[in-house]
Design a protein around this ligand. Structure first.
Ligand code: DX5
Ligand code: ZN
Length: 215
């Protein structure tokens, strides 16, 4: 099963709510990007307060592009978000972050940057719900899709065929087939959807490509 997950990278709560409303009828969850200006050179909405009490039925996953996620995760776990992605490059305390998310009975994934090898997350793979492959350098909407990540995804899928693979960055109708062929099934997509004139059509198109490529 493949899933199209709209990515929301914004600076204000108003923009976030606007984007959630725009995709709400067509998907089951959104991916909310949190950038701290330290781990990545961009700053988004940063506060859990801004993410509290959002009136939506959508599930919310949080992509923490922040340094030392162990210092923030407990507070994030109190929000309505049910899935947390943190970067292996941002912490030396990955085990602690995983344990805290699992204690709260929520989902956890580790993100790896385009140049980070799979070996960096090997000790944790059995404990996490998914691996999140960055296919752009993290931090911004509309980054350049890095095709060089495809063999890394395919390799991982070969060794861990049952582990869900999420991809993030430059996912659009052109890059989707190659990603699915490599083994990705959770497809995060930002600018393609939100820059399209017709959000519903853009999501529908992605869904139908994903479905036909997965056969
Ligand atoms: C990149 C973010 C992505 C981004 C995706 O740093 O983590 O989630 O918003 O946007 P597009 O699809 O435009 O690359
Ligand atoms: Zn993201």
């Amino acid at each position: 099963m493949t899933e199209i997950i709209p990515s929301i990278l914004v600076k204000t709560r108003e923009e976030m709510v606007e984007k959630i409303i725009a995709v709400e009828p067509y998907v089951e969850r959104v991916h909310l990007d949190i950038a701290d200006g330290i781990f990545v050179p961009n700053i988004t909405i940063s506060g859990f307060e801004e993410v509290e009490d959002i009136e939506t039925d959508l599930k919310i996953g949080v992509h923490l592009m922040v340094s030392k996620p162990e210092n923030h995760i407990v507070r994030w776990l109190e929000t309505q978000a049910d899935k947390f992605i943190f970067h292996i490059e941002a912490t030396e305390r990955a085990q602690e972050v995983i344990d805290k998310v699992k204690e709260a009975d929520k989902e956890v994934g580790i993100a790896i940057n385009p140049s980070t090898p799979i070996s960096a997350i090997e000790p944790f793979i059995d404990q996490i719900d998914l691996v999140h492959f960055m296919t752009v350098e993290p931090g911004f909407y509309g980054g350049e899709f890095l095709e060089s990540v495809l063999p890394k995804i395919a390799d991982f899928h070969f060794y861990y065929p049952d582990k869900p693979i999420e991809v993030d960055g430059g996912v659009d109708p052109e890059t989707l087939p190659g990603l699915i062929k490599a083994g990705a099934n959770l497809l995060v997509t930002g600018s393609y959807i939100f820059k399209s004139k017709d959000t519903a059509k853009a999501i529908e198109k992605m869904k139908s490509i994903a479905e036909s490529e997965s056969k």
